[in-house]
Design a protein around this ligand. Structure first.
Ligand code: MTE
Length: 335
């Protein structure tokens, strides 16, 4: 992803390579004398533990087992190991480097939590922490996740459909779009307090969907993964998962969902409108201005220097369920 200042969103080696491979590779390079201390320190914020060469520490955050209907996994997708799903993250509120969210979020407080659903609807409401896991029947959804940076994973999410939630507030006929906002709490989210650590984003992080996209049965509000509640680095206590769109649409740690009549301005679209569109549907035929979107580096179990490059699928493989939403649209114009 790109943020103009500083330029830390460019597609770098660490954006397309499994973290353990990347770290190992740096270790090899360091051993060969290609990486000096200056090179390492230059990319680390003062607040961050800059020890690149320690192994991932087990998460200090306490997750709880959830009760849910398992996914039949009819496509027989091979899951990305949990250790990678929870250590290779994009959550700029906790740092713009892939390893930082897991390191800097373990004290994040998710209970109490309030999620308000408001705007163009007859029955606005506010859910608290317990409502998130108890108010809806939870199901597992094994989905491909495709980041705009051209890496991908397969994640067993747990949650409920956004449609189930929106139906409860009774949207009215002016509800054409849905806007989502992440918590804004610089005391807990160091990337919101330190512009450099947080990648230059103006917080809170905002995302949006058209109402028919929001009501599509694939669109999930996730409260867990791998059988347990979400760890903070993956967006605890509740996040969006829109599997046919680039990962940046799947906003984390949501505190507000608002039904509105106009298309909202979203975080990445505002930062670089020529690179990140409002729709952000996975499209192998529409390249990012600075890299191809025809293929992706799949983060799975590969060893040192593993290639794991696979072809990117239109709508990330979910065309049958969602292509009709864009029937008469020019997908190069509305990217
Ligand atoms: N939500 C917030 N609030 N902040 C972020 O930085 N990053 C997005 C998305 N949601 C992001 C966010 C991006 S770019 C991706 S690819 C996914 O989260 C990554 O989700 P994961 O870390 O659970 O794999």
């Amino acid at each position: 992803m790109l943020i103009k200042t500083p330029k830390n969103c460019d597609l770098k080696e660490n954006h397309v390579t499994p973290e353990n491979v990347y770290l190992n590779r740096r270790e090899v390079l360091k051993g060969m004398g290609f990486l000096g201390a200056g090179a390492l320190l230059a990319s680390a914020s003062a607040k961050v533990n800059a020890n690149w060469f320690t192994k991932d520490e087990p998460s200090k955050f306490k997750t709880t087992a959830l009760t849910f209907t398992p996914d039949a996994n009819s496509e027989q997708l091979i899951l990305t190991p949990e250790s990678k799903v929870t250590t290779h993250n994009n959550f700029y509120e906790f740092g713009a480097q892939k390893h930082q969210p897991a390191e800097l979020s373990q004290q994040f407080k998710v209970n109490p939590w309030q999620l308000s659903i408001s705007g163009e609807c007859a029955k606005p409401m506010t859910l608290d922490y317990d409502d998130l896991t108890k108010m809806f029947t939870l199901e597992e959804r094994i989905y491909r996740l495709r980041c705009v940076e051209a890496w991908s994973m397969v994640v067993p999410w747990i949650g409920f459909t956004l449609a189930d939630l929106l139906k409860k507030v009774l949207p009215n006929s002016s509800a054409k779009y849905v806007v989502f906002e992440t918590l804004h709490d610089p005391e807990q989210m160091p990337g919101q307090a330190d512009r450099r650590l947080g990648g230059g984003i103006s917080y809170p992080y905002v995302e949006g969907l058209r109402i028919d996209e929001a009501m599509n049965p694939l669109t999930l509000m996730s409260v867990g993964l791998y059988g347990k509640t979400l760890p903070p680095q993956n967006g605890a206590p509740i996040r969006l998962v829109v599997p046919w769109k680039y990962g940046f649409k799947s906003i984390k740690s949501i505190v507000s969902i608002k039904l509105v009549s106009e298309q909202p301005k979203t975080t990445w679209q505002q930062l670089a409108p020529n690179e990140y569109g409002f729709y952000a549907n996975v499209n192998p035929k529409h390249d990012h201005p600075r890299w191809s979107q025809a293929s992706e580096r799949h983060i799975s179990t590969g060893g040192l220097f593993a290639r794991n490059r696979i072809k990117t699928l239109a709508f990330n493989g979910y065309g049958e369920q969602v292509a009709h939403l864009y029937k008469n649209m020019d997908l190069h114009k509305f990217f």
